[in-house]
Design a protein around this ligand. Structure first.
Ligand code: UT7
Length: 382
């Protein structure tokens, strides 16, 4: 019997701090008009000091897990797609796994730039279909504000922070993530790059002085690549799902630039009501953009049971990815959701206490071991 990977929960998180184009124009040589005309962006959410990739990922994942009504101990795997991880290592996903109380889960980060969430969704669905795992949390979370040069008007106006997550679960019922396509062209790696801080250019005074710790982008070249690949990837994944283009109910593209999305929609001959755009409110949140858009499309009532969705991402790598999803999840009613949120809060509070308990017990264990070693090495008294 074939196995299917269904999205059963979804959630998002956006920092409350909003920075408008007008705010930006006070700090950098730009205008609201330029940003709106060239990108479609009007504002973005920017993380405060206390917010970062792991914390936003945890919020989005908790939201998704509560909606799905899943016990975190049932989760087999946590994947965090991000280009702005909390640290080089450990993986952000491990921090998230602990905070969620997903005790049985494996955890890893997936780095495929702005395509990361769709890459992760495709691989998670494949693992469910092959019956390797049954319940997987897929998260896209980014704190791009920490890696943009706020003096570079060519990039700083484009990006924003946030996180989105879904819970995927296996079932014999048809539907869910039906097909996917993944691609990469590493020859374009330099077009969108954060050169400093890795093994090639380890962080140090030189990398900071030469601003290698900031994201660099050749906007025009990435634009050319994006306009070509978005429609191509969408067509390929629709064909793999045996859908004709006019059977697509909603196209949820990576939210980078309204002109890129319009060009893809034109090539796919999709009318505006079949395209979801929310970049005016968020800017480009990289791997978080598609799951945030999915949540907002659901909240706006644009997705109902049986809807055929195409999700397409593109970005650093260069990479691209698309998934065809037949929507099957029912939206929980207000009372059910309230109950699930209350249960979730208890579970997450308990997970936090347990995680702290393990940290303390590891510490105590280390101290006790040291004492025992010291006692054993002490020469016996004559
Ligand atoms: O998530 C994946 C990654 N990224 C993308 O998808 C980005 C893809 N690229 C783009 O979206 C567009 O290339 C941009 C929005 C980044 C730039 O738009 P563009 O129409 O390609 O502008 P441009 O780079 O060709 O620049 C045109 C002019 C330049 O001035 P000159 O040389 O013509 O005098 C820029 O210096 O606009 C100037 N410019 C700005 N002016 C005001 C660049 N940035 C700004 C700015 N405000 N923020």
């Amino acid at each position: 019997m074939p196995r299917y990977a269904h999205i059963i929960g979804w959630g998002k998180y956006a920092p409350a701090n909003v920075v408008t184009n007008v705010d930006l124009a006070k700090k950098v040589d730009t205008t609201d008009e330029w940003i709106r005309e060239r990108t479609g962006i009007a504002q973005r959410h920017i993380a405060t000091e206390k917010e970062s990739t792991a914390l936003m990922a945890v919020h989005a994942a908790r939201d998704a897990i509560e909606r799905a009504d899943v016990d975190p101990r049932e989760i087999d795997l946590v994947i965090v797609a991000t280009a702005t991880p909390e640290y080089l290592f450990p993986a952000t996903a491990c921090l998230v796994q602990s905070a969620l109380g997903a005790e049985r889960a494996g955890a890893y980060d997936l780095e495929a730039g702005c395509s990361g969430f769709v890459y992760a969704l495709a691989t998670a669905a494949a693992m469910i279909r092959s019956e390797t795992f049954n319940t997987i949390v897929v998260i896209g979370s980014e704190t791009l504000s920490r890696v943009v040069d706020w003096k570079d008007r060519g990039t700083c106006v484009l990006f924003g922070d946030g996180a989105g997550a879904v819970v995927l679960r296996g079932s014999d019922a048809p539907g869910g993530v039906l097909a996917s396509t993944l691609g990469a062209d590493g020859s374009g790696g330099e077009l969108l790059i954060l050169p400093g801080g890795g093994a090639k250019h380890p962080a140090g005074p030189d990398t900071v002085l030469s601003k290698m710790h900031y994201l660099k982008m050749n906007g025009r070249e990435v634009y050319r690549f994006a306009t070509k690949i978005m429609a191509e990837a969408a067509k390929q994944v629709a064909a793999r799902a045996s859908w004709s283009l006019d059977q697509i109910d909603l196209f949820i593209p990576h939210q980078a630039n309204a002109r890129i999305i319009e060009s893809a929609a034109k090539a796919l001959k999709l009318p505006p009501e079949k395209i979801f755009v929310n970049l005016q409110n968020y800017g480009n949140t990289s791997a978080a953009s598609i799951p945030i858009a999915l949540c907002e499309a659901l909240a706006a009532g644009k997705i109902t049971a049986g809807a055929r969705l195409i999700l397409v991402g593109f970005g650093a790598g260069l990479t691209w990815a698309a998934c065809a999803v037949e929507w099957t999840a029912a939206k929980p009613g207000a009372a059910t959701l309230r109950h699930r949120v209350a249960t979730g809060k208890l579970r997450f509070a308990w997970a936090g206490i347990k995680s702290l308990g393990w940290q303390i017990s590891r510490h105590v264990d280390a101290v006790v071991s040291k004492v025992i070693d010291a006692v054993e090495k002490k020469p016996a008294a004559k």
